[in-house]
Write a protein that binds this ligand. Structure first.
Ligand SMILES: [Fe+2]
Length: 351
């Protein structure tokens, strides 16, 4: 994933493409597709195995059903619960579409040979840096790693230059994370891809010494807010989501972005793909096309998920730091290895 140097160029291109379609009088959502997904050919029902946040996918589903009349049944689980279930069910899986929070579970299903190719019309509306080169699945949204910290306890000068510093002795007892979650494990998968196994093992050992475990990113952020720990390594949208509500779990918290291509500046790609066992592939492809299309991406821009829009030229929610400013490292989402991460984290006593 050639994140972010090319991100702006890609978004600009996608925007031009969308404008081009609109100028033809077709509009992006009804533009002809390369598959049977076009026009009135699509109908019926699909089942989505959803590991994305339920509220976000519900917004996509409602908008998709309103537009197409296709009924969508959602089954909810975590990234690896759902990927393991799909692999276990194989060709008999009732799933037509799989959506995740992070890339490793998508790579797992891809490696099991269970995804169909994503329709070209969908691929064309997602910049290359937000999808695997195989096009067996596509990015649908993105999220940034962030260190949320308590300003009363840490001055800017005391903040770590790199996520790797959190393994140093001066950070003992001072930071929180949710190691059992797919979000955190994606950060570790990126570290593994960027720095290799030995460096990842060493960092995880330091983490075990230094950090306090919480279940869930929200809980880790709450712990910072309540003064239990100085900082927490989470994803950005937990902070912005709380701020947009009452702010009661984040009023003492400030987000800090590592930038500088640091492993802690990792931007994780949420994935969407169509199972090759789908009994209604046209409708399944149409759904993935819809969520990466203008209307689907505007749900990210204007809704309450605070995840990044990445496709169809739709800009990020204006409250967020633009993706292009995050200086994320270049990571190929297809290479994130969840099995190795689980092994290393178990070995370090984190799982
Ligand atoms: Fe999450």
């Amino acid at each position: 994933m050639k994140i972010r140097k090319n991100a702006l160029a890609g978004i600009a291109l996608a925007a031009t493409a969308t404008l081009g379609l609109a100028a033809c009088g077709a509009g992006a959502a009804t533009a002809p597709s390369s598959s049977a997904a076009a026009g009135g050919a699509v109908s019926g029902e699909i089942t989505v195995y959803n590991a994305q946040h339920e509220s976000l996918t519900k917004e996509w589903v409602d908008a998709f059903t309103a537009e197409t009349g296709i009924k969508v049944t959602m089954r909810q689980g975590s990234d690896t619960e759902m990927s393991n279930q799909i692999i276990q069910e194989g060709q008999a899986s009732p799933a037509d579409v799989f959506l995740t929070e992070n890339s490793p579970a998508m790579a797992q299903v891809e490696n099991a040979g269970l995804f169909a190719d994503v329709d070209k019309a969908t691929v064309d509306q997602v910049p290359a840096e937000f999808r695997p080169s195989t096009n067996k699945w596509t990015g649908i949204a993105a999220r940034s790693t962030v260190l949320v910290y308590d300003k009363a306890k840490l001055s800017e000068g005391q903040l770590p230059k790199s996520m790797l510093d959190l393994a140093n002795p001066e950070w003992k007892g001072k930071w929180a994370a949710s190691p059992s979650g797919a979000d955190f494990q994606a950060i570790v998968a990126s570290l593994l891809e960027l720095k290799g196994e030995a460096a990842t093992e060493a960092w995880l050992q330091g983490m075990k010494e230094n950090f306090k475990a919480y279940k869930g990113n929200s809980t880790a952020m709450k712990a910072v807010n309540a003064g239990e720990v100085d900082a927490a390594l989470i994803y950005h949208y937990y902070y912005y989501g709380d701020q947009a509500k009452t702010g009661e779990n984040s009023k003492n918290v400030t987000p800090y972005y590592f930038k500088n291509q640091d492993p802690g500046a990792f931007v994780s790609v949420s994935g969407g793909g169509v199972l090759n066992s789908s009994k209604n592939a046209a409708a399944a492809q149409a759904f993935v096309k819809f969520i990466t299309g203008k209307k689907g991406q505007e749900v990210l821009q204007k809704g309450t998920s605070f995840e990044y829009a990445i496709a169809s030229g739709v800009p990020a929610n204006e409250k967020l730091v633009p993706l292009a400013e995050l200086q994320a490292p270049t990571v190929d989402p297809a290479k994130l290895n969840s099995a190795k991460v689980t092994e290393l984290m178990t070995k370090a006593g984190l799982l």
